[in-house]
Ligand binder design. Structure first.
Ligand code: ASP
Length: 345
């Protein structure tokens, strides 16, 4: 290949096409909108571990803070909580015993997004995702680069394992295979129940501005370097300030296959209420699920939940199996039942 090709050849267009493209054309860049009420009620909706997070986020929104800043303040409660083994500090590690964190966020008013994946040594990946959003022209930083980026802002590298998360990992490593060199140990965690968890938080204020964020330590015992849905814009969370926001927890790979948070917002754009939009996304998930992931009776072998809020402040959630979500409707924070498809057996 010659290195003397012109920019025009590189772009793969002919001279005629370039001329044609240079003629100004009128392009409608607005996304199709649906009619939703103008008056917004502030609301915050989260996965079930986010009762404190929705309360904190709503307090911030009521004090006039930006919706993304409010969301970060909310999820940081879980990231810094050593007893939440699904997020941030104390989150369960990968198969080598290294905690790798994923997070992403979107800010509706500025139409920006930021994300980090497989970030090590930093307790609050939500803040690093927000730094990517605010200060770079990129959307996602991963691994070592994401860590160096965080360190450049004064974050300190810390050990994210707690005695409890290390104990859990060591037990898993000892019992993972009958024919490996690790002797089995007593374990009251039933094998086959792979611990998962994440926090997603979506916030709308009285002006109808919307933001979303998702942060997680991802699937426990994952292959090093695995990024789940949480750091993927359009899967782990998505915001369109004209419509609302959505996010997810559960089996990330199944969500990525359908761009679930984006799809949920698109269903709301078509006029669906938040709960119905979440249900419709899960129907799409099931349509794209491989047989190996199904029980003989057709029920999924995994969990997946979606949570959504529209610009008016209506919210809802749905899961494959029964569960709850946390929400603050401007008056108080409470748990609500998810709509669901299958009974657990
Ligand atoms: N969605 C997360 C992931 O796949 C895990 C979870 O929410 O349980 O990384």
């Amino acid at each position: 290949m010659t290195d003397s090709f012109s920019r025009r050849e590189f772009l793969g267009v002919s001279g005629a096409a370039v001329t044609a493209l240079a003629v100004p054309v009128s392009v409608d860049t607005s996304a199709p909108a649906v009619h939703i009420p103008k008056a917004a009620r502030p609301a915050a909706i989260s996965s079930s571990n986010g009762l404190g997070a929705v309360a904190r986020a709503m307090e911030a929104v009521m004090a006039g803070e930006d919706t993304l800043d409010a969301a970060v303040e909310g999820v940081k409660i879980q990231e810094l909580d050593p007893t939440d083994m699904s997020v941030g500090y104390g989150g369960l590690p990968n198969e080598e015993g290294v905690v790798q964190l994923d997070a992403s966020c979107m800010h509706g008013p500025s139409k920006r997004a930021g994300a980090v994946a497989a970030l090590e040594g930093i307790k609050t990946p939500s803040e690093i995702a927000r730094l990517v959003l605010k200060y770079t022209d990129h959307i996602m930083l991963v691994g070592e680069g994401a860590k160096r980026f965080a360190l450049s802002y004064g974050y300190e590298e810390e050990d994210l394992m707690t005695p409890a998360s290390r104990e859990r990992w060591l037990r898993w490593r000892a019992n993972r295979g009958a024919h490996d060199d690790w002797l089995d140990v007593e374990d009251d965690d039933p094998l086959g129940q792979r611990p998962t968890g994440t926090i997603n938080l979506n916030v709308v204020n009285a002006a109808g501005d919307v933001s979303s964020i998702t942060t997680t330590s991802g699937l426990a015992w994952k292959i090093p370097g695995r990024a789940g849905d949480s750091p993927i814009i359009g899967a782990g969370q998505y915001t369109d300030n004209a419509i609302g926001a959505a996010g997810s927890t559960g089996r990330g790979e199944s969500n990525i296959m359908v761009c679930g948070a984006f799809l949920t917002v698109e269903f709301m754009r078509q006029g669906m209420a938040p709960t119905d939009a979440c249900r419709a996304t899960l129907q799409r998930v099931m349509a794209l699920t491989e047989p190996r992931l199904l029980h003989p009776d057709g029920r999924p072998r995994f969990s997946l939940n979606f949570y959504a809020v529209n610009k008016a402040g209506d919210f809802g959630g749905a899961g494959l199996y029964p569960g709850r979500f946390a929400a603050h409707d401007g008056r108080d924070a409470a748990h609500h039942d998810l709509a669901y498809f299958y009974e657990r057996q």
